[in-house]
Design a protein around this ligand. Structure first.
Ligand code: B4P
Length: 189
């Protein structure tokens, strides 16, 4: 199955994608993880991305398309994937659509995880204390939320028009959210 997980920063996309990929035996493709790996490795791409990520802005569409094209070209995605963090604007959604059309592998499920903004900020502050991510301080998180509202939220309507969108309530425990996702996927089987 080819699944895209959508949601604001801190909505639980990465958390749910990890559970889902373990259960379904599919690769978890997180653009945030790919970018942070490039930053740690000190590659040219990582050097370009670091300052942008530290501000909470979006890395350029060209860089992101190169990254996602390379990852989706690998053999382990033949049986499906869970995509987490991409697409993040309409240009990325259109580029992904064209790429997957070319590969004959369109998105089958787009799951939008809905969480209230103040709860998201509280969650990310918790992660900042635990993991020390540079982009998890409150001022940067507020910018990430603004970028999300302006650029990423329109992607929800993009997948609704394609008839593959389901909204999931992302509040409650991690396990409760996972159960909601599972019941949607079971209803499709
Ligand atoms: P990401 O790594 O995607 O970061 P994120 O949006 O914060 O989501 P993440 O998956 O980490 O968090 P989650 O909601 O699971 O992106 C980081 C940066 O990379 C972006 O700001 C951007 O600069 C760049 N980037 C990435 N993709 C890009 C793209 N396509 N184009 C351009 N730039 C891109 O979880 C958050 C916290 O909540 C965790 O601590 C978790 O434990 C907790 N949590 C989850 N579910 C919970 C629940 N039910 N209850 C309580 N806590 C919960």
């Amino acid at each position: 199955m080819r699944i895209v997980l959508l949601g604001a920063p801190g909505s639980g996309k990465g958390t749910q994608a990890a559970l889902l990929t373990r259960q379904l035996g599919l690769p978890h493709i997180s653009t945030g993880v790919l970018l942070r790996a490039a930053v740690s490795a000190g590659t040219d791409l990582g050097k370009k991305a670091k300052a942008v990520m530290d501000r909470g802005d979006l890395v350029s569409d060209d860089i992101m398309l190169g990254l996602i094209e390379e990852r989706l070209g690998q053999s382990d995605v033949q049986g499906g994937f869970v995509l987490d963090g991409y697409p993040r604007n309409i240009a990325q959604a259109e580029a992904l659509d064209a790429l997957l059309k070319r590969l004959g592998q369109p998105v089958e499920e787009a799951l939008q995880i809905d969480v209230d903004e103040e709860q998201v900020i509280a969650r990310i502050s918790g992660r900042a204390a635990a993991e020390g991510r540079v982009d998890d301080n409150e001022a940067v998180v507020r910018n990430r939320m603004k970028v999300y509202a302006e650029q990423t939220a329109p992607v929800i309507a993009f997948y609704a028009r394609k008839g593959v969108l389901t909204r999931i309530l992302g509040e409650g425990s991690i396990e409760e959210v996972f159960q909601r996702i599972n019941s949607v996927l079971r209803s499709r089987a």
